[in-house]
Design a protein around this ligand. Structure first.
Ligand SMILES: N[C@@H](CCC(=O)N[C@@H](CS)C(=O)NCC(=O)O)C(=O)O
Length: 284
C-alpha cells in the first residue's frame, strides 16, 4: 500500500475531511477505474476534481498531498492513499461485500496489476497521440513549480522526476512513432494472452468480474477509441470489452466530454493522413 504518513501531508485541511473522498478528474484513466469500482460496489464517496488540463495538480495545495503530482488520491478519515491499484486493494479490504478479488488469487492479482501499472506510460503515449492530438503540453511555469517542489518524502520527490522527464520530452518532441510502436508491442503481447484466456473463461481472471477487468477495461477503452484493431486481431477481447462498455457503471465514467470527442476525431484523421494511424504502426 502506498499510504502517505500524516506528518508528511502539508495540506493539513484534508486530514479533517470526514468519510471517503477521492481527488480525481473526469478524463483521467486511473480515476475512471476507481469510479467504476465505487459504482459497482455502491460505495458513498465525495468527489474533488483536480483539473489536470488547468495544471491544478502542480499547485502547492495538491503537491502538499501528493508530491508526485498525480491523481487519484483517496482520503479516508485522515488516511491518505495514492496509486490507483493500491487504493483498489485498500477499498476491497474495507468493503469486502461483492468481492472483486478472489482470496485465492490475491497474489496473482497483485502481480497482474503491477504489470498493468508498468504499462501506464504506454497508454499515455497512445492517449497523447490519438486522443489529445498533441495537446495537453504542460506550461513551462507549471513544470518548474513541480520540478522544484520539495516535499518531506525524498523517495516521492525522486519518483516525480519521471513525470517531469515525460512532460519535458512531450513538450519538446511530442510522442514519437518509436514510442507508439514500442507501446503497441507491449499491448499486443498482453492482449494475445488475454485472447487465449478468454476462450475458456468469461473474464480476465476466470468467470467472475475482477479488478483486473476494471484495470484493463480502461486501457482497452483508450485503445479502442484510438483505432486499435480489437475486432480483427483479438475478437474475444473485443466481445469482453463491448460487454463491459455497455454497462452503465462503466459507460458513464468513460463517456468523454464533447470537446474531447472532437479533438480525437481531428487527431485520428490527421494521423491517418500522415500514414501514422495505429493500424499503420502496429507490429508486423
Ligand atoms: N501509477 C499511478 C499513475 C497515476 C497517473 O499517472 N495519473 C495521471 C492521470 S491518469 C495523472 O495524474 N497525470 C498527471 C497529469 O496529467 O499532469 C496510479 O495508478 O495511480
Amino acid at each position: 500500500m502506498t499510504a502517505i504518513p500524516i506528518q508528511q501531508i502539508k495540506t493539513k485541511e484534508i486530514l479533517d475531511w470526514k468519510g471517503l473522498h477521492l481527488l480525481n478528474f473526469r478524463t483521467s484513466s486511473c480515476s475512471q477505474k476507481l469510479r467504476i469500482y465505487l459504482n459497482l460496489k455502491k460505495i458513498d464517496w465525495t468527489s474533488h476534481s483536480v483539473n489536470l488540463a488547468a495544471g491544478k495538480n502542480y499547485t502547492e495545495w495538491f503537491l502538499g498531498i501528493n508530491p508526485k503530482g498525480l491523481i487519484p488520491v483517496l482520503v479516508d478519515n485522515g488516511h491518505v492513499e495514492i496509486e490507483s491499484n493500491d487504493i483498489l486493494m485498500y477499498l476491497e479490504k474495507k468493503f469486502p461485500q461483492n468481492p472483486l478479488i478472489d482470496e485465492l488469487q490475491e497474489e496473482n492479482m497483485n502481480t497482474l496489476l503491477k504489470d498493468e501499472d508498468n504499462l501506464h506510460e504506454d497508454i499515455r503515449n497512445i492517449a497523447y497521440r490519438y486522443m489529445f492530438g498533441g495537446l495537453g503540453k504542460k506550461s513551462s511555469k507549471g513544470l518548474e513549480v513541480f520540478k522544484n517542489y520539495k516535499s518531506s518524502n525524498s523517495e516521492l520527490d525522486k519518483l516525480k522526476m519521471k513525470e517531469v522527464e515525460f512532460y519535458e520530452t512531450y513538450g519538446e518532441e511530442g510522442i514519437t512513432d518509436k514510442a507508439v510502436k514500442k507501446s503497441l508491442v507491449n499491448f499486443c503481447e498482453r492482449y494475445e494472452k488475454f485472447e487465449d484466456d478468454l476462450s475458456n473463461q468469461k473474464y480476465l481472471m476466470g468467470d467472475k468480474l475482477s479488478m483486473l477487468d476494471l484495470a484493463w477495461f480502461i486501457y482497452s477503452y483508450r485503445l479502442y477509441i484510438s483505432g486499435f484493431p480489437f475486432r480483427t486481431l483479438y475478437p474475444k477481447v473485443s466481445t469482453w470489452f463491448q460487454d463491459l462498455y455497455v454497462r452503465n457503471e462503466f459507460y458513464k465514467e468513460v463517456n468523454d466530454p464533447l470537446i474531447l470527442k472532437l479533438i480525437r476525431q481531428y487527431a485520428k484523421i490527421s494521423t491517418a493522413l500522415r500514414g501514422k494511424s495505429i493500424l499503420a504502426l502496429m507490429p508486423k
